[in-house]
Structures are given as C-alpha cells and as structure tokens.
Design a protein around this ligand. Structure first.
Ligand code: C2O
Ligand code: CU
Length: 484
C-alpha cells in the first residue's frame, strides 16, 4: 500500500562475493533480497544488526553446521555482527532465510525480514526449466494494516513496540472485546496472527503480466500462521515439479496444493493454455479445520483461517502461444526406506501439547540449551519421528493445524493417519499434500499423526525443531534436538 514504507533491510552487494547477479532485490516490496547460489559454492554473508533489538538469521532448509544455522542462542545485540560462512550443500531448490531470535521471530518476519535463497545445480540446469523472467518466485503472506497503512502486528514478542500501535489500530477484537490490554494480544500471540490483506513478494498485487509460454512458479508461504490451499480459479490442475527440498522425481498433477507456513512448492505452468482474455487466477480455496480461535480471539482481521481468497491474477500477453511441456523426469529420488531407521520398530513420538497458555512438545516448552534423551540422536543414523497433533492438554479440546519444521536437514514423509473425529477436516485438505520429495516442513492437521524419516548427517550439535506458525514457535512450540 502507499504510505511510509517499512524499511528494515539494508544490504550492500559488496557483502556477497560471487557472481554479480547473486544478490537481487525483490522488486517493489519490503522483503529481503533474493540470494542465488550454486550447489557446492562457498558463501560468506555478514549479518549486521541494524534493529533496536536482538536478531539472528536462519537459513531455512539448508544443511549447515550448528553455528551457521541461526539458533536463537546465537542472537546478536543491536549493532553487532555475525559472520556466516558455509558451503552450500543442498540440492537445487527454493530455500529461504528469516530471523530466529527467541520470542521475536513472528514479529520480525511480519515486519519484512525474510528472503528467498535459491540454489541451482547441474542436474537442474540440464533440464532447461523456464528461466529468467519465466522463473517467477511468489512469496505469499497475509498482513494487517492500520488506518495509516502501517503494519499492525497483533502477536506478542518481548518488548514489541508494534504492539502499542496494534492494540489501538485494531484488528477486530483485540482492543475492544478483550479489554484493550494484554489479553487479546496474548491470545493472538498463542493462536497465531492472521492478516486480511494478502501480499505477494512484499506488496499487494493487482495482477501480474506474463508471456504466453511456460513458467516456473516458486511459491513460498511466508505467512506467520495462515495455511494456503492453492488452486487455479478455473480448476485447471496444478503441475507440481518441486517442494521444500528441490525438484520431485517427476511432475505431479494436483487439483490443489496445501502450503503451510514455511513450505514451498514449485509449479510448472504454460500460460498459453489460457485463450484470449482469460485471466488465470491463483486462489486459496476454503478448507476445514483451520485456526478458528485465531480470528475470534484477536488473531487479526476479518479473513479467517481456511476462508477462500484470491492470491494473484495473471494477465497473459497477446500473441501466439508456445507448445511446451515439462520434462517427464526431473530428478532421482530414492525410495524412502523406513528399515534404514535405527528405531524402525519404535518410532519416536513427539506430541504437540498445550499447557496453561503455553505450547509444548511432549509437555515441554522451549529450553534454550536443553534437549531430552528422546531428543538426542546419533550422528550418521536415520530415525523415524512421529508428530502427533491430538490436542493433548488443550482447553476445550481445541486442536489446530501445525506446521512442523526440522532444522539442518531434509526429511521424507513416510505415513499419515488421522483420527475419525477429524475426518471431515482432513478430507478437505488431504488431496493437496506434496509428500513425494524432500521436505523440511510438514503440515500436521488436527487429529493427525505424521511419520517422517530423518537422517542426521555430517554435523553434530544442537538444532531446532518447531512449529513454523510463528506465534506458536515464539510461545513454546519449539525444542532442541542434539546430534552427537
Ligand atoms: Cu524457518 Cu526455525 O525456521
Ligand atoms: Cu503450531
């Protein structure tokens, strides 16, 4: 929107040595730069904290040593510097970066501290996927604005200055119904912040002009809490070519795709399939089982979780279309082999729990340096973990979706199951999972159990796993695991 821009990034290209196009501003919006690197490249990035509060950057999805991973114990004070230096070891894909100071991640990401980290490699290059202007990153976020077109952040965050404004500027009920004080914000701080304005690449899009030919769309859900159910408005199936950890083995067709906070999906689309004046629109469809309490109790504006809305309308250029189709084979992805796990017979269970107004995992909230025995793994081994979302400990039996992320690695999704009680909610989303490739974040629906296979390779140390609904993470739905 017009009005004063929220200026939070200050970056200078000389800080990144590499090919000249390594660092690319994302046009028009308030987000961070797009960083493009090649697999195998060593990079150095200096983080200089120009904020009035502590921060640290996490490279989401990257396989890096613990000191490079942006754990909150490494958060730096205002004015301080943190030097990142690591070799990019990931497959080609769409990764991203954002702050990770404990208790303030939601607020800082909300204010614009997030950017894409795009990795390319030889395997991908040989496929000749759409590139240049036909390689289109789309970062989707929901936000609330006040009467002065400034961000309103209704979540918490220690010493959060934006709360003052938030309380007055008002998403629906926080000020009024909850007494104008801490309660509305406390609830939003727990349940999650939902915005009623949808931003793409850091601005509110009207429409995007595209040529009548094939494109690669890289979608990132960088919302704090909102889950997306993406589809073409005219029910054209989506052609999915990639997920969190890069390209799939082969393109898949989906009527819609679920995208929880922090998940990525890559689509291949040939805009020449739409004739004449048709304006294909990417929508988020309605689904059941979203965060009802979020909007009721102060989570933000009028667009509830699971409500339908348009994300972006495309205007296709005139002229003759091109007859292009995606490669039939994209990559080699070995079959996920559960027998490789050292705990094959006894998967570890991580239950997402809620205590007296705090989230937890197996009843324990975040502990900066702690990891339990269950959370300790051996370097070089594989394990099966099961995330269970059955609302244990919650008030009124309330269960909401969570978006579970594990730092430092990419995992495989093995199985999903859901309790009968939540089968209606599940039925409204289940055809939209893209579980076939490598993942670092997985949507766990109410009543659901998701088993994943993880490999702890190369780096010992303390890493995080947590819900990527940022207000959940900030209020305790985060724990360490230790690789030793
Ligand atoms: Cu993208 Cu620990 O987060
Ligand atoms: Cu959560």
């Amino acid at each position: 929107r017009s009005g004063k821009p929220t200026q939070v990034w200050r970056y200078r290209s000389k800080l990144l040595r590499g090919e000249p196009h390594t660092l690319e501003a994302s046009a028009g919006g308030y987000l961070g730069p797009i960083i493009r690197v090649r697999r195998g490249q060593r990079i150095r990035i200096d983080l200089i904290n120009g904020l009035p509060e502590s921060t640290i950057i996490h490279w989401h999805g990257l396989h890096v040593p613990e000191e490079m991973d942006g754990h909150p114990r490494f958060a730096i004070a205002p004015g301080a510097r943190y030097v990142y230096e690591f070799k990019v070891d990931n497959r080609a894909g769409s990764y991203w970066f954002h702050p990770h100071p404990h208790g303030r991640t939601g607020k800082q990401v909300y204010a614009g501290l997030a950017g894409l980290f795009l990795v390319s490699d030889d395997e991908e290059a040989a496929l000749n996927l759409p590139s240049g202007a036909q390689d289109l990153p789309l970062v989707i976020q929901d936000r609330n604005f006040d009467a002065d077109n400034q961000f309103v952040y209704l979540g918490g965050g220690k010493d959060a200055p934006s709360q003052r404004r938030g309380m007055m500027g008002g998403g629906m009920m926080s000020g009024g119904m909850m007494g104008g004080g801490g309660m509305g914000s406390m609830m939003a701080g727990m349940m999650g912040v939902l915005g009623d304005q949808v931003l793409v690449n850091g601005s509110i899009p009207r429409q995007r002009e595209v040529e009548r030919r094939a494109h690669r769309l890289r979608l990132l859900n960088a919302s704090n809490t909102r889950t997306l159910k993406l589809a073409w408005s005219d029910q054209t199936p989506l052609t999915v070519i990639g997920s969190d950890g890069g390209l799939l083995a082969a393109p898949l067709q989906r009527d819609y795709v679920m995208l929880a906070p922090a998940e990525r999906v890559e689509l291949w689309v040939n805009f020449s399939r739409w004739a004449g004046a048709a304006e294909p629109t990417l929508r988020s469809l309605a689904f059941e089982g979203g965060i009802a309490m979020g909007s009721m109790m102060g989570g933000g504006g009028s667009l509830s979780d699971g409500a339908a809305f348009d994300v972006l309308r495309f205007k296709v250029s005139d002229g003759k279309g091109r007859d292009e189709s995606p490669p039939a084979r994209l990559s080699t992805i070995a079959k996920a082999e559960p027998l490789m796990a050292v705990n094959y017979a006894h998967p570890k269970v991580f239950e997402l729990t809620m205590g007296m107004m705090v989230w937890g995992i197996n009843g324990e909230s975040f502990d900066m340096l702690g990891a339990s025995e269950l959370e300790t793994v051996k370097l070089g081994t594989n394990e099966i973990w099961e995330f269970r979302n059955e609302g244990r400990g919650s008030m009124m039996g309330m269960v909401m979706p969570h978006s579970m992320h594990v730092h430092g690695l990419q995992f495989r999704v093995l199985t999903r199951s859901v309790s009968r009680k939540f089968s209606d909610e599940y039925d409204s989303v289940k055809a939209g999972f893209v579980d076939d490739g490598w993942k670092d974040t997985v949507l766990v629906m109410p009543g659901e159990r998701v088993r994943v296979l993880l490999r702890f390779a190369d780096f010992a140390g303390l890493f995080l796993y947590h819900c990527h609904m940022l207000e959940h993470e900030d209020t305790g739905l985060m724990r360490n695991y230790r690789v030793e």
